[in-house]
Design a protein around this ligand. Structure first.
Ligand code: NDP
Length: 266
């Protein structure tokens, strides 16, 4: 019987995960089926249980808005998922639900493939939501020396640092207000969901940076347009999507890891 996988979210129609995992499977000569699952907002737990009741069910990816609920549901969590307090990869082992967060590894792999700064880099992250939580520890592990987190709601950035600092006692982390940004960074990462609204993105002239990465993908980004107008080298989040998918694939397929650069063209 064919191994079954799914990505669960709400909405889910836009997800590129099924085609990516089918493409990985074809490249690695693995047989699988990968579905999109729309879960009602109050029915995530039931949907996960129903999926894994199938004896051929192997793994699920979790996307907006269920990553925190997935974290709560898991009996066993990787350290990365514990730090992120969010789960995007589920699998069942001896009847026990396991969870990991591969978003951060995916971002790091993407930045490496794109030759964006990591070693000794100073990074400014805009936004303090689930995606930011998932990428902080992997960025430090990849050699970043300082991360400033600027958020519209400053208290959320402060809370995030308070939660993460015990896991990263020596990490240089600072919360900033999104207004009045200034200073020099090697890389600015947009982890807000703001730029997709089409509203203009204000990047103050006192803010200097050479590279910019937009986590969102698939639509024009006001953040990337503003960064390009400032002469920065830029990329959108499709490469991160591919990177996190590769890490999920490796978890489910005993370490089989497709080559990221083979799948970077959307
Ligand atoms: P969350 O909903 O958890 O967080 C959203 C963040 O955006 C918050 O910090 C929020 O600030 C901020 N924000 C929202 N609207 C505005 C606005 N108008 N102005 C300024 N800030 C705003 O989302 P996630 O962290 O899960 O995802 C963030 C982005 O990253 C999304 O675009 C998502 O698609 C993308 N992503 C991409 C991935 C990939 O593989 N490429 C993987 C994961 C995420 P506040 O706290 O003030 O509300």
């Amino acid at each position: 019987m064919t191994a079954q996988f799914a990505v669960i979210g709400n909405p889910i129609a836009h997800s590129r995960s099924p085609e990516l995992h089918q493409a990985f499977a074809a490249r690695m000569q693995v047989s699988l089926q990968y579905h999109r699952l729309l879960a009602e907002l109050d029915d995530f737990s039931n949907s996960v249980q129903t999926f894994f009741a199938d004896p051929n069910a192997v793994g699920m990816n979790v996307t907006v808005p269920f990553k925190e609920q997935a974290y709560q549901l898991c009996k066993v969590l990787t350290q990365r998922a514990q730090i992120a307090q969010a789960v995007n990869t589920l699998w069942m082992q001896n009847g026990v639900l396991h969870g990991d967060n591969t978003d951060g590894l995916g971002l790091v792999a993407a930045l490496q493939a794109l030759n964006m700064p990591l070693q000794k880099a100073t990074v400014l992250i805009l936004g303090a939501g689930g995606a930011t939580r998932g990428v902080i520890a992997p960025l430090f592990e990849a050699g970043v020396t300082r991360i400033d987190i600027a958020n519209r709601t400053l208290s959320r950035a402060q809370q995030l640092i308070q939660d993460l600092q015990p896991f990263l006692p020596t990490a240089q982390l600072q919360a900033l207000d999104l207004e009045n940004l200034a200073g020099s960074y090697d890389l600015v990462i947009n982890a807000t969901s703001a730029s997709l609204t089409g509203a203009a993105f204000n990047l103050p002239t006192a803010l200097h940076f050479s590279h910019a990465y937009e986590m969102a993908y698939g639509k024009p980004s006001a953040f990337l347009a503003a960064a390009q107008a400032r002469g920065a080298i830029t990329a959108d989040g499709y490469s991160m999507l591919v990177g996190q998918a590769i890490e999920s694939f490796a978890i489910w397929h005993s370490g089989l890891r497709p080559n990221l650069s083979d799948f970077l063209t959307a």
